[in-house]
Design a protein around this ligand. Structure first.
Ligand SMILES: Cc1cc2nc3c(=O)[nH]c(=O)nc-3n(C[C@H](O)[C@H](O)[C@H](O)COP(=O)(O)O)c2cc1C
Length: 246
C-alpha cells in the first residue's frame, strides 16, 4: 500500500518559515509606503471623555497585579462610559503621533500597532447597545451596528456565548495584518499575537482601577466572527477579546 505523505504540522512549519533567515524582502525594504495607523471610518462618531479627567481608583500596582484574576460571571450592573473609556485608553490609547507612527499605552513591535478595537456595548451608561469601533486617533467611537441582535450574533460565534452576553462590554481586538507585515513580513504574525498579550494584560490591570473585572478569550469560530464583524478574515481578522463587567 502506498504510504500517504504526512502534511507538515502548521505550528512547527509556521515557526520555521517565520525565522528571519527564511523571510523575503518586506514592503518597507521595497520602499512601499506604510499602511495608515488606523482604518478609515466614515460615519457618525461619539465623543469620549478625556482620559486624563477620568477618575480611577487609587490602586497600588502590586495589589492590582496580585489581585487580578479572570472573572467569567458578571452582575447585571452597568459600567460607566468613563470606565469603558478608561479601558479603551489603557488598551489602545494613543499618547503620541509622530511621522505616521503611533505611540500608545501598550507596546507594539516596531510601534506598528496592527489592532483595531471593536466594542460590544451591552450595559454601558449613556451608550446605546450595539457594536462600535474605537477610533484611537481621534479618541472617539464609530457606530458600526446598533441593531437589536448584533450582540447575540457575535456572542454566538464564540465557544462561551454567555461571557459576552452577560458582560457590560466586550472589547474585540482585530488585526490589520499589513500594518505589521509591512515591516516584518510573515514574522509580523508572531508579533501581532505577542502584542495582543500586552493589550489583554492592560485590560486586566485597567479593570482593577475602575472597579470592574474581566476575562479574555480567543475561543471563537474565526470565519463566523470575522463574517459577523464584516472582516475579510485574511488581511483583517479577529485575534482576541476581553469581556468586562461588574
Ligand atoms: C490567550 C488566552 C485565552 C483564554 N481563553 C479563555 C477561554 O476561552 N475561556 C475562558 O473561560 N478563559 C479564557 N482565558 C482565561 C484563562 O483561562 C485564565 O487566564 C486562566 O485560567 C488563569 O486564571 P486567572 O486569569 O484568573 O489567573 C484565556 C486567557 C488567555 C490569556
Amino acid at each position: 500500500m502506498a504510504k500517504r505523505k504526512r502534511r507538515p504540522q502548521a505550528g512547527p512549519e509556521f515557526m520555521r518559515r517565520t525565522q528571519f533567515k527564511n523571510l523575503g524582502p518586506t514592503g518597507q525594504a521595497r520602499r512601499e509606503p506604510p499602511p495608515m495607523p488606523e482604518l478609515h471610518y466614515r460615519g457618525e462618531t461619539i465623543d469620549l471623555p478625556d482620559p486624563t479627567q477620568i477618575e480611577t481608583t487609587e490602586i497600588d500596582l502590586r495589589r492590582a497585579i496580585d489581585e487580578r484574576k479572570s472573572e467569567r460571571v458578571f452582575f447585571d450592573d452597568p459600567i460607566t462610559l468613563d470606565a469603558l473609556t478608561y479601558l479603551l485608553w489603557a488598551t489602545q490609547g494613543i499618547k503620541e503621533f509622530e511621522q505616521g507612527e503611533t505611540f500608545r499605552t501598550v507596546p507594539s513591535a516596531g510601534a506598528r500597532h496592527a489592532f483595531e478595537t471593536y466594542i460590544i456595548a451591552n450595559k454601558v451608561e449613556g451608550l446605546d447597545r450595539g457594536l462600535y469601533r474605537y477610533l484611537a486617533m481621534g479618541h472617539k467611537l464609530g457606530i458600526i451596528d446598533q441593531s437589536e441582535e448584533i450582540g447575540d450574533k457575535i456572542a454566538n460565534t464564540t465557544l462561551q456565548p454567555e461571557l459576552i452576553q452577560t458582560s457590560a462590554a466586550t472589547l474585540i481586538w482585530t488585526a490589520v495584518a499589513s500594518r505589521m507585515t509591512w515591516r516584518y513580513g510573515d514574522r509580523g504574525y508572531r508579533y501581532i499575537h505577542l502584542d495582543a498579550g500586552h493589550v489583554g494584560q492592560n485590560l486586566y490591570l485597567g479593570t482593577m482601577a475602575v472597579n470592574c473585572r474581566a476575562c479574555t478569550s480567543a475561543a471563537f469560530n474565526d470565519d463566523e466572527l470575522n463574517r459577523a464583524l464584516k472582516l475579510d478574515g485574511v488581511e483583517h481578522f479577529a485575534v482576541y477579546f476581553g469581556s468586562v463587567g461588574k
